[in-house]
Design a protein. Structure first.
Length: 161
């Protein structure tokens, strides 16, 4: 039996913090599905296709049989059920993240009781890092090379020319 976890997010863009969670997630689960949530309420910097490509490039050295990269819209629990996953993988950086994630985990459990949420803290090097922060640094011409892979940093430069 393949135990599959979904790691949902906007990944706009993918950061070293995300990659750290994915890397450790593949050690816990048979497969980690990195799933971009298409949220009509948000205006992402990158298209879904651009984000999918950045994720693929960022994870190309990972064991490909342990990773799946996709996108979805609608409720996370519906997607989890559709792909027959057993867990939702979430990264938590700070107490403020925990409060929101705890509420979401309880709501998801209420909607789909057979799926658990697994919280992971990123490596302390990335505990403060967010895609929003990376975008803001890039917007003002700052060096984001410590926060994202080189190909992602280049895409950010292109966007903010």
């Amino acid at each position: 039996m393949c135990v599959k976890a979904v790691y949902p997010g906007s990944f706009d863009p993918i950061t070293y913090g995300h990659i750290d969670i994915i890397e450790r997630g593949i050690n816990l689960f048979d497969k980690v599905v990195v799933a971009i949530l298409i949220n009509p309420k948000k205006q992402p910097l990158f298209t879904v296709e651009e984000r999918l490509e950045m994720i693929r490039e960022s994870l190309k050295t990972f064991p490909q049989e342990k990773i799946e990269i996709s996108s979805f819209s609608g409720l996370l629990v519906d997607y989890v059920k559709k792909i027959n996953a057993k867990a939702i993988l979430r990264g938590i950086r700070a107490i403020s993240d925990f409060e929101y994630e705890f509420q979401m985990a309880l709501t998801n459990r209420r909607l789909l009781k057979d799926v658990d949420t697994v919280f992971m803290m990123p490596d302390e090097r990335y505990s403060y890092l967010s895609a929003n922060l990376v975008r803001e640094i890039a917007l003002f011409g700052g060096d984001v090379s410590h926060f994202v892979p080189e190909h992602v940093a280049e895409k950010l430069k292109e966007k903010f020319k």
